[in-house]
Design a protein around this ligand. Structure first.
Ligand SMILES: Cc1cc2nc3c(=O)[nH]c(=O)nc-3n(C[C@H](O)[C@H](O)[C@H](O)COP(=O)(O)OP(=O)(O)OC[C@H]3O[C@@H](n4cnc5c(N)ncnc54)[C@H](O)[C@@H]3O)c2cc1C
Length: 428
């Protein structure tokens, strides 16, 4: 059994077996002449050896360690923050970042990690994406050298947990209208006071650091502030959980309530102003969602296929014998295949510096819409049993609604694409 340790990665990370593990799907070597319903257009042939290794490591961890926990976690709406530590030990957090204890893998490899996690549950992937892309990615791209050195290694190990606060109760799709404000402290130089509320924030109740976007009172421009919970006096920062969700129940979601919360000037991103900051972080996370949702869809396909082969109706025939059932599977497999290939292409372009935000909008929108649509259709194959959480399909359907909604609802991405196509903006 050979092991791979990826470059730049000092701790026990991404150690993988290249030997095929029957429990880990996704990268089986297929004969060129046979059709592989799990990878019909041989997307795996587009991957480097390192990407295959990263994907296998992630798949193995997710199938062996996450899958056995998810049903109970979803029922109890209980997110185990140890998961981020486990992911950190494997080098799965902030994996595309170079240095700071991160693995420094390609964008596609990062997407294969999200795909593996989301094959189990979109909530687990959300917790990881917020940590990796939104907060670590933001600090890496825009933070001062001191902030990066101080926070990124601990975040890569999953010891420091992050949340990303952009959405507000009155401003979701239109974050430019945000009301959260940062004022200079009237007495203390080099300190800002943040006031306002953010809502629907993944990880906020457990986060040690919260990347909060607020308008600087003196300029009216949006700036990024890294709020460190340990530095917040009592009563200035509250992060109550939002309970009783009907999707993404295996992740933890909450609010961020700021009441003159003091933040040192060094914790403000020094250069970036306006929506460029949050949108740049979202770009990377949206890429992860595009490949991630393909993992959820593939799991729906695998579950529906197995069920259709086992369940017999009318003269002892398996459901899989019926044309209408086969069409549902054919449509879903086709959409998963196209979505995966498109995401690999955009990942390559991103690493070459040729990806535009519209490309990310295109794959985020298409893959989320297709994953949700097909999951809903495949759910029908399970008949009444779909209503039991034991079958897993209903959980994916509920989760995929959220993926279609957050980080730019699909219709908002249509407007981004429409603007790029016509040159006319239709937001307001
Ligand atoms: C479980 C969960 C986790 C989340 N995690 C985070 C997080 O970690 N950080 C964070 O900042 N946010 C997070 N969000 C928030 C999420 O990003 C927002 O819900 C999303 O941006 C949509 O905003 P909204 O809910 O206010 O909907 P609205 O903006 O009120 O939109 C409602 C509907 O109207 C449509 N609409 C709005 N404007 C237009 C228009 N001009 N033209 C046409 N249609 C329009 C939208 O497409 C949508 O269908 C999370 C949400 C959920 C549910």
């Amino acid at each position: 059994m050979s092991r791979i340790i990826l470059r730049n990665c000092p701790h026990r990370v991404l150690q993988v077996s290249l030997r095929r593990n029957a429990n880990v799907r996704g990268f089986a070597a297929a004969a060129a002449t046979s059709f592989d319903w799990e990878d019909p257009l041989l997307a795996k042939t587009l991957l480097t050896e390192e990407e295959v290794a990263v994907g296998e490591t992630a798949e193995r961890y997710c199938q062996e360690r996450l899958l056995p926990r998810v049903l109970q976690a979803y029922r109890d709406e209980d997110y185990d923050s140890k998961i981020l530590r486990e992911m950190g030990e494997l080098g799965l957090l902030g994996a595309t970042i170079q240095g700071y204890g991160c693995a420094g893998v390609s964008t596609v490899a990062g997407g294969l990690i999200t795909r593996a996690v989301e094959r189990v549950d979109s909530g687990y992937r959300s917790g990881m994406s917020v940590q990796s892309s939104l907060v670590m990615g933001g600090i890496h791209e825009f933070g001062s050298a001191e902030l990066k050195e101080r926070l990124l290694p601990g975040m890569a190990r999953g010891e420091i947990l992050g949340a990303f606060g952009l959405t507000e109760p009155n401003h979701g799709s239109d974050p430019g209208s945000m009301e959260t404000v940062a004022r200079r402290h009237p007495q203390k130089t080099g300190v800002y006071l943040l006031s306002g509320a953010k809502t629907w924030i993944t990880n906020s109740p457990i986060a040690d650091v919260l990347l909060v976007w607020a308008k600087l009172e003196e300029t009216g421009k949006i700036r990024g502030f890294v709020v460190e919970r340990k530095d917040c006096p009592a009563g200035t920062l509250e992060t109550p959980a939002i309970k009783n969700k009907n999707g993404l129940r295996a992740s933890i979601t909450g609010m961020i309530q700021l009441d003159n919360c003091p933040v040192r000037e060094e914790n403000m991103f020094p250069e970036v102003e306006g929506l460029k900051g949050p949108f740049s972080c979202l770009n990377s996370a949206r890429y992860g969602i595009a490949l991630g949702t393909m993992g959820a869809l593939e799991d729906c396909i695998a579950r529906a296929r197995t069920y259709a082969l086992e369940r017999k109706q009318f003269k002892g025939n398996p459901l899989a014998k019926y044309q209408l059932v086969q069409k549902k599977l054919a449509d879903a497999v086709t959409d998963a295949t196209y979505g995966t290939l498109a995401a690999i292409q955009v990942g390559r372009l991103k690493d070459e510096g040729k990806a535009t935000p519209e490309m990310i909008s295109l794959i985020k929108r298409q893959n989320c819409d297709k994953a949700l649509h097909n999951a809903r259709v495949l759910q029908e194959i399970f008949g009444g049993n779909a209503v039991s959480d034991e079958y897993g399909i209903g959980r994916h359907v509920a989760n995929l609604y959220v993926t279609q909604t957050y980080e730019g609802q699909s219709d908002i991405h249509s407007l981004i694409l429409g603007r790029a196509i016509t040159g006319v903006q239709a937001f307001a």
